[in-house]
Write a protein that binds this ligand. Sequence first.
Ligand code: SF4
Length: 938
Amino acid sequence: MTFDTKSSTSPIITARETSSDKNSGSNSNPKVDAKIAYIDNVPHEIRDGETILQLVRRIHGAELVPTLCDAPNLEPFGSCRICSVDVALTENGSAKSMASCHTPVMPGSYIYPSSDRIQKLRKNIIELVLTDHPLDCLTCEVNNNCELQEVAAKVGVRKVRYPEGKNHLDREKDLSHPYMTSDMSKCINCFRCVRACEEVQGQFVLSMAGRGFDSHIVKGSEVNFFESDCVSCGACAQACPTSAISDVFESKSIVGTEKTRTICTYCGVGCNLDVATVNGKVKSIQAPYDAKVNEGHTCLKGRYAFGFYNHPDRLRTPLIRKNGELTPATWDEAYDFIADKLNAIKTDFGPDYIAGISSARCTNEENYLMQKFIRATIGTNNIDSCARVCHSPTALGMQRTFGTGAATNSVVDLKFTNLIMVIGANPTDGHPVTGAKLKQFAMKNTAIVIDPRRTEMAKYAKYHLQLRPGTNVALLNMMLYYIISEGLEDKSFIANRTEGYDDFKTKILALDIAEAEKITGVDCLLVRAAAMAYASAPNAMSFHGLGVTEHSLGTFTVMQIADLAMITGNIGRRGVGVNPLRGQNNVQGAADMGCQPHQGAGYFDVTVPEYHQKYEAFYGAKLPNYVGYKIPQMYDAALAGKLKALWLMGEDVVQTDPNTHHVKAALGKLDLLIVQEIFMTETALMADVVLPAASFLEKSGTFTNGERRIQKVQQVVEPLEGTKSDGQIMVDIMNRMGYEQTDYNAETLLEEIAQIVPFFEGVKWKELGDNGKQWPVAKDGTDTEILHITEFKRGKGKFISAEWRETSEIIKNGAEFPYIITTNRELEHYNNGTMTRRTGNVKIVTEDLLLIHPIDAERHEIKSGDMVCVISARGKVDVKAKISDEVKPGIFSSTFHFPEIAMNNITSSECDTDAMCPEYKVVACTIRKSKGKFKELV
Ligand code: SF4
């Protein structure tokens, strides 16, 4: 074999040249036409777009060609040259060394991945790298899991031939951040961290500064991690092949670790986590690269905020209230107490005086058991879940329009869409891994953001429709109006796939645009431009969040989003659809499992005789055939003396439900309040019985993410002593009350669920694999990525128009309380912070803040950092001000993660008219500077 090392005169042609030759028909080599390349003179078929590295790895596995700057979730880069291979045009002919990771395979080429020359080249590269790398392997945190160490061993480096010279070994460590660490003396300038920050997270915090020997990685403008704009996602730490960038958990260290794959407990993205344990304790979390949902990425909550699981505050024994005090009890005492009380209430008042609220934080199997307990053991349909207070309008609105209340598509469809519309969602904070993908999309493509606040997404969007809170319906009507009046509707889709269009069109065209412009506060020309962009895009996807649902017209807004998709034919294929961003990890699952008072497991209407009989036969119990209480109705019933007992599984309703005074008054009227919890919450403090539950790391089951993906939650550690999984608690109490159940077991429960929930028919624990399955899952196990491809679940999609009307909150209180406060989330915290405030996240975001526009701040003489009292018709809260033009004048926005603020003291009991989801997003209020003890905090 001979080699040609003069690249400028190399006869090797590039992939682009190959392609143009092929197009011009000039390439008559039959081997080229057959798309064959040779590895060590053995022919192999090439796949479209394949690089040399991909081809070699496909044929020979990952070991033959080592890499350093390459990573599974990053674009090929070609900087370290370790992956170099020799490539020739003829068998054993003149060859050129090429970085295989970013070089497309040329048809007909001859690839020699480990020629003598290549082996020498690789060894020399590593030797040069090691001249500027500390040789302290034995004490390094990544010893035995260091890619540099591994590659050095693989290429056979035993000593470095080069003399010691100038180096960077004296660089200082950066330990400023609660999670992220860096030791740049170990940096090998591979750019993996820079690319991870850019390509995976889209944050652009890390970059390379200096030239030549002075090249070095910087954070922001040469600040430390804590001062930079780092969002602590850990993508750089996972990408770094050494320990130059790492984290306080030393996530890449493998000493004594076992790994278990499970699912994140926080948001509805449903990221897969590889949890490393040492001696039965969680050590660190990494993101698996082969996870379809998160592809080697997480946010800081999934990766780093796990420390709550064995926090000293965890509840470890049942508690029963005696003489006004919660006192420790055994499980048997607690179960006996509960069973006696519930049986007495059933006998004295009837089963409808008992209710349960299930949890979107718990597994499908636990939610299924909770509703089964309430229905079959107690005998009432008074079962609801926290989906009520977030996405119940999504379920109802999409059921009415499409027949199924779930996302039509998957996030991977971002690769196939031309435009995204994000409405009432702040995904970079609320759904961070999906948010990072949406942000990356918005940076390069067309995005419409409909939100009262200039969110991070809005900053990158081509169209930001910054409407007044509570006017979604008016704004979407404007968009529909322009699409119809400009003739941009998809007439064929409307004719073939929908019904009710003529009436709908008449109503939309009657819209008074000038009036709608006044109501929303958004320039009609901007709305028109956005509507035309949406309607003209070959494929458009919408994503919506709680800024849509938590309104008095939430269900109607969801139906309008569905109308927009149908009127433009954006349904039933890749890159389109209506995609709710689920807040909690298992909101979808809680509803699927029947934790709602009108529909049982699988969404069958409990009032329809056929379904009622089906449930009775399946559970072997007498069930009511009328609808039970929704959560707000439970509080009203308690206050009216019509509800005596309430069982809460993992819900801190005092903190999270609106109008705290109302909730507390209702709970105070109960004879029996039972709370299953991992921590002593404000609600648990009011309970008669508190049952210590296990966290997600201590149990198995399934979560269903926002894409309908049923994924395996696998037990990582034993439950803390004294605690039990929520599922086992349900089983125990059912047995205690005479309804026999076998012990909690995810596999057997899934078998039961598959018999009653049609879209779970083919779901089997053992067949879920690492990436789960998207429902509906057919009997043969086939799952479904895209819904409504040829027809809607209800047959034809139904156009339903909606008229905007002012919320009663503004009508009743707007004159006295002329401002509107809406709520928003911070990336670092989750809901009321029960878990995240017991992790290092609390060192990053330490308090709630109220955003006030500079004009309003000046009017009230408020400066950033002042404590401000926000007053509504229900009460008042004191919160620190931050002057910001992210909100418009007249609008405030506040986070609500710290219970000290008690934001729900001021929210109202107004609800979505149809789904009864509370209207958290529109609260009439006024402000003044704080007085008394809060003033002193200034
Ligand atoms: Fe967990 Fe959501 Fe973050 Fe993923 S994006 S790691 S599911 S909180």
